[in-house]
Design a protein around this ligand. Structure first.
Ligand code: HEM
Length: 404
């Protein structure tokens, strides 16, 4: 057994300033060609699916939200409190109890109940585009769609969607190691505003009960089902924060992939029954969560290597999802292993995965006919990959086939 610290490993810097787009994929491919593990800032990065799944599912690991924040100087204060209360940073019985309470609102069936609303929002966004045959996709489609959906799921007013979007963006920066050191005051301000908003939302739901996620959480609080008021507020906030930037970014990257592969877009239009495979393929090839993380809470032995307690591991979904033989291809008809790591794995597997898949499926179905013959209309601008891998802008244009 060799200690991981004694291994001669390649280095991978996920904080490198130029890590985005093609450079990011090339650099990861080069380091993964040397083995399944590399040294990285704060610890190590796991570059293979089986190993990634092992650490994500291990009983001896936890999400290192607090440790990473402390490393970047976040000790005490609003963000530290929020990180401690975030469901992602909880373990064991407390985590199991919360997942059990909130889980029924996120089953595939529950997600399907939102599909008519998704279609309504898409039709409205399509009507706003009007006869134009080009747009900047992020601002015109991805952002309003994701924000309208989360405001509806939370039973908030549609007029609040832009505010919810902004808060979600800032709060999600708790996972962006660069922003933790440079943007802390703005993140904390957003948290203050969002916490106050959620309290008002809960008070309104209490006086006008609705059969939705927030209604179910309030009932759990009232009926002594083991949910404290603070836990209730934090769960709503976790859903709000986790449910906007993620879907927006995944849809934008997905549309970019299709704009770069017109044959696949045409195929989806001709065969709409392929939509679930199309969703799976964009989630696989361009995961907007390129890395999730774990800390060893006890020594772990794996493949003749010892990982001491407190070792921090970044788990790379991007490499895990692209394993050979044809992992770099974009093909919505390919028969693939569906166990991608984009939503993580194990007890913290993304709570919103069914909702996200349904939102993406509805959007792709609608857009394949609304924006046929889609192409890029300029250079897409992606963000860095250290938190959510998003897109700043995605100029696209489309045209109607002459046979129409
Ligand atoms: C494409 C969209 C999305 C992606 C790629 C994504 C990805 C992830 C990942 C990687 C994790 C951590 C899993 C782990 O470390 O094992 C996670 C957790 C979580 N996600 Fe998502 N997510 C998405 C959409 C959503 C949506 C729409 C919501 C809410 C409506 C949501 C709410 C959450 C919550 C609450 C957790 C924490 C779960 C727990 O700790 O038990 N996510 N997500």
């Amino acid at each position: 057994m060799t200690a991981v610290t004694a291994l001669d490993l390649p280095e991978f810097d996920y904080l490198a300033p130029d890590l985005t787009g093609a450079v990011y994929h090339e650099r990861l491919a080069a380091v993964a060609a040397q083995g399944w593990l590399a040294r990285a800032p704060l610890g190590f990065v796991v570059l293979e699916r089986a190993a990634g799944e092992f650490f994500l599912r291990s009983r001896h690991t936890a999400f290192p939200g607090r440790e990473i924040a402390e490393f970047f100087g976040v000790r005490g204060g609003r963000l530290a409190d929020h990180i401690d209360a975030n469901i992602l940073n909880l373990s064991g019985d407390v985590h199991r109890r919360l997942r059990k309470l909130v889980g029924p609102a996120f089953t595939p069936h529950a997600a399907d109940r939102w599909r008519p609303t998704m279609r309504e929002f898409l039709a409205r966004i399509g009507a706003d585009i009007g006869p134009s045959t080009s747009c900047e996709f992020v601002a015109t489609v991805a952002k309003p769609y994701a924000s309208l959906m989360i405001s509806t799921v939370l039973g908030a007013s549609e007029d609040d969607a832009p505010r919810l979007h902004e808060w979600s963006n800032w709060i999600q920066k708790q996972f962006d190691v660069k922003a933790l050191s440079t943007e802390l005051p703005r993140i904390e301000e957003a948290l203050d505003e969002a916490y106050a908003y959620v309290e008002t939302l809960l008070a309104r739901h209490r006086s006008e009960p609705v059969d939705d996620l927030v209604g179910a959480l309030l009932a759990a609080e009232d009926e002594g089902a083991g949910l404290s008021h603070d836990e209730c507020v934090n769960l709503v906030l976790n859903v709000l924060a986790g449910g906007v930037d993620t879907t927006q970014s995944q849809l934008a990257h997905g549309i970019r992939l299709f704009a770069e592969h017109p044959d696949q877009w045409a195929l989806l239009r001709d065969r709409p029954e392929l939509v679930d495979q199309a969703v799976a393929e964009i989630l696989r090839l361009e995961p907007i969560t390129p890395f999730t993380a774990r800390i060893c809470v006890a020594p772990i032995e794996y493949r003749d290597v010892t990982f001491p307690e407190n070792t921090i591991l970044a788990i790379c979904a991007e490499r895990a999802n692209r394993e050979p033989p044809d992992g770099n291809d974009f093909d919505i008809t390919a028969e693939r292993d569906t166990r991608v790591l984009t939503f993580g794995a194990g007890t913290h597997y993304c709570l919103g995965a069914n909702l996200a898949r349904a939102e993406l499926a509805e959007a792709l179905t609608y857009l394949a006919t609304r924006m046929p013959e889609l192409t890029l209309d300029g250079t897409p601008e992606a963000t860095g990959v250290e938190g959510i891998y998003g897109m700043h802008s995605l100029p696209v244009r489309w045209s109607w086939p002459s046979a129409q």
